[in-house]
Structure formats: C-alpha cells, structure tokens
Design a binder for this molecule. Sequence first.
Ligand code: ADP
Ligand code: MG
Length: 567
Amino acid sequence: TVSETQAPLSDGIELVVDALVANGIDTVYGVVGIPVTDVARVAQARGMRYIGFRHEQSAGHAAAAAGFLGGRPGVCLTVSAPGFLNGLVATANATTNCFPMIQISGSSDRAVVDLQRGGYEELDQLATARPLVKAAFRVERVEDVGLGVARAVRTAMSGRPGGVYLDLPSTTLGAAIAADEAARSVITVVDPAPRQLVSLDALNRAVEVIESARRPLVVIGKGVAQARAEHVVTELVERTGMPFLPMSMAKGVLPDGHPQSVAAARSMAIAEADVVVLLGARLNWLLGHGRSPQWAEDARFVQVEVEPEELDSNRPIAAPLVGDLVSVVGQLATALRPGGIRIDQGWLDRLSEHAARNAAKMAARLAADVSPMNFSTALGAVRDVLAAHPGTILVNEGANALDFARDILPMTMPRRRLDCGTWGVMGVGLGYAVAAAVETGLPVLAIEGDSAFGFSGMEVETICRYGLPVTTVVLNNGGIYRGDDPSQAPPQPAPTALSPSARYDQLAEAFGGSGYHVETPTELTKALEAAYAEGRPAVVNCVIDPTAGTESGHIGGLNPQRAASAA
Ligand code: ADP
Ligand code: MG
C-alpha cells in the first residue's frame, strides 16, 4: 500500500550503529571494505568517532586497549574473511588478557559460504572465531541486530571480561526494517558488570590466613587497573603495611616509588613470602605458575578473582575470594584490623636493603658513559623526560626493549602502561598507542624494539592522519634481540637480522609527522622534549649498540634446550 511504501525505513547498517550508541559506545576502530564501509559512514553521521587503520590487527588491538582503559568494550570493525582473520588475532589476544572488546565483522552470503560454492571472501567466520574468543554470535535477521549487540556488550563486560565476535552477514546489513520497529528492537544493557561481593565465611577465612602472616606479599595484577580498583587496593596496602609487587600493566596502581613497593627485590619477596594476596593477577607463566623454587612450597595464597575456574589452576588457593575487585578488596580492607598482622620487621628491612642495592646498580647502568648507547643509557634519558610528564601513557613492546623499559621507567598513575601482556605478543604497539591517545587525549610515548615496531609500523600513517600526540621511540639495534647474530651464514642475513642502518624517523616525515635521528642520550632528550613541545606525531630513530640485548631477553629459558649441538 501507499502508506507502507512511505513508512520511514531503517536497515541493518543503521541499526547496528544505533545499538552501539544506545550502549554508550562512541568510537569504532576498523578497516572498511565490502560489506561494512557504510557502517563506518553511518557511525560518523550519527556523531561517533571512526578511526580507520591500515591493518585490521592494529584496529583490533586499539579496540582492546580502549576496553582496558575505558571499561566499555572497545569496538573493531572488519571486512569478511581475510580482514576478519587479521582482526581475530587481536580479539583472541584481548580474550587472553581479559580485556572487554567486540569485533564486528561483515561476512559473505551464507547461502554461498555454507555450500562452499567459492564465494567472494568465503569463510565460516562464526566457527572460526568461536574457539578463540569469549563468545561468538551471528545475527541472521535484521530485527535481531539490537539483541546481538546487547549480547555482545554484556558478554564482553560481565564476569571475566573478554573478546566477543559479532558476525553480521551482508544480507543482514542490507535488510530493510521499519524505522519504528528498528527503534523498538534496540536494547540498552542495564548494569552490564554487576557488583559481586563475597560471603562472610569466605571473608573470615581470608582474614584468618592474612593475619597469620609474618612475611605477607600483595601481588597486584592488571585486573586491578582495569577494574579501577586502585583506591581500595591502596587502602588495603597502606592500612595493613603489607609490601606489594605490581605486575607490569599494574605499575602505577600504586606509584612505583611507594615505600611499600618491593619491585626492586622481586625474586626475594616472591621466594620468602609466607602469605600471598593475589589481586587481579593469574598464577600463569609470568609468575612461575606459583610453584617452587620461585615461591615457597608452603606459602598460603589468598586470591581475589572474578572467574571461579581460575582458582587452584596452578596451586592450591587457601582462601578464594570470588567477586569483583572493587567490592571484595573493599570488604577485605574493612575486615582486616589495623595492627592485626604482625609483619616481621627484619624481613621488611632485608627487602629494602636488597632493593636499595639493586637500585644503585641500575643507577650506575643508566648513567654509564657508553657509545653507542645501549638499552639502559637510552632509557635513562627517557626516564628523566618522562618524570617531567607524569600523565603520559606508555606503550611498550619488544623483547629487551620490554624487559629494560619495564624495570627502568617508573609509573606513578594507574592505566598508564600498555604492553605485550599475557601472551607476550608483538604487534600491539601502534594500535594500543592510537587508542590511548584517542580515548584519553593524553600524550602517548611508545617505546618499541625495532623488530616489534615493524609489526604495526604502517600505523604511523594513521597516527599522522589523525594528528595524534604519539611519540614512538624505536630502540634500533638492527635486529630481533640484537643486530650482530654470530650465527649468520653469508650470503644470507641471519634469521634475526634487520636493516642495520634503517631510518625509522623518515617514516614519520613521509606522512607529515616529525622525525628525529638520535645517537646520544643528549640528542634523545632533546628530541623527546621537542616532541612533547610540539604535541604532534613523532618517530625517534634511536640508534643503540647492535651488541646490546640478549636472545629472547629475560625469557631465553623458554627456548627449547637443543638435544643435538648446533651444526
Ligand atoms: P597480570 O598479567 O597483570 O598478572 P592477569 O591478566 O594475569 O594479570 O590477571 C588479571 C585477572 O583479573 C584475571 O584473572 C581476570 O579474571 C581478573 N579480573 C579482571 N577484572 C576483574 C574484576 N573487575 N574483578 C575481579 N577480577 C577481575
Ligand atoms: Mg632490536
């Protein structure tokens, strides 16, 4: 009828944008193409920010970082099959790190895909994604788009956060729906990450264990930073006087300079603690699986964790506290009596002596007058500039570039450090940097090994296109791990070799940013100060000694022990 043809129409593309907006999502990171280009256009027309990347993996990493920093799921938009797969690496990585994110991908016509008729970008994306993400959903009918987005938002944020895949076939995206029906179909998720407190029994059990401690240690993981639990955790630590150790992305939850930090006596604190209070950290490979000899065989563990299946995954947990960190640490801080723990003062003294000795050794390494620079002397210069700009968000990846920067660069505020995380993945760098700048408006400093930088280096163009205040320092030793691999078999370059005289600074210049080539700490300091003063995109090619660094950094022991001697 006439009235039906004149009724205002919506479609899957408009509806997915409306559903995101209704759930408080204001930014989409992606790479457009068939069939999702108009999703980005409509998002912009609706007042959302759309940040277009050069590779889907970087867009996905950006969405993951947005989720970690902001609490709402970051959203990544990808095209079918290959673009989807590129982005999926980031969604899987977000899931492993427990960051809330949603990958929305267009997909090809199911009628063709499912009969394997050789369609354009043919792939069963739902089945491919499912084993790698927290949950995967496909929306077949346009009237279910709102439901699909709501399920994705709640699943990404509730319980243990993670990556969610939302599959939107091109047929759903293009399908028409009456505008009033479309509006009614949008769901705004209420209380997507509900508070979860523990019972009195569980609380009393934990108090008993903690108050029996003589050598207690609080381990703070990135879950605390993500949960924005810094206030209750600070209260717990300061009211009880327990020493604490931050995991790398939890640096700054309490300032690294805090008198109770035992980061500079890490191994000793871990080995000698008799009671460990784990907050938003897993006993995975990064903590030696909680096993001896790193940890005392008979140490007793208290663990605050939102995911019940995590408990006892590596060693027995004497007092499990299953709930959300803000609520449960708040309960714990109130339940523990001041003076209720009798901490061995001799132990605290030995920890601080040990930390002071390590700090003195590090100070000497940072100040060493060596030419060319090495990781320590270059990062010594970075450290001084960073101290004058404490709001900066630091992104950090590489092998040695990660190990050295994590130890050398102190953090004073929460959620200011983004790095390789649970998988030890390379390639997060510039994606994380873009999201950090977009989500917070703060200056961003990316400290990258020259190898790590290569995985996302073309996103320098993205950074320049959006004029983001991101300074990337490439610690350039000309190789993976180092630039002087003695195993090379000419005429082939060594497997670890990269171009020895690469000028990464010129990449910034190619796209209208500022490039700096530096060979001394003084030049590096000047370049960083100039970059801060300009507040625009910059790449610093920081030449360091090709012999600086060790194979696989601090985790060389994870390489297989060769049975046959190398030929
Ligand atoms: P790190 O690498 O810093 O040790 P992990 O990623 O291993 O940190 O651990 C973070 C833990 O925090 C995960 O087990 C995750 O389930 C948990 N977590 C995340 N958010 C919350 C929250 N709001 N409340 C409780 N636990 C949380
Ligand atoms: Mg290198």
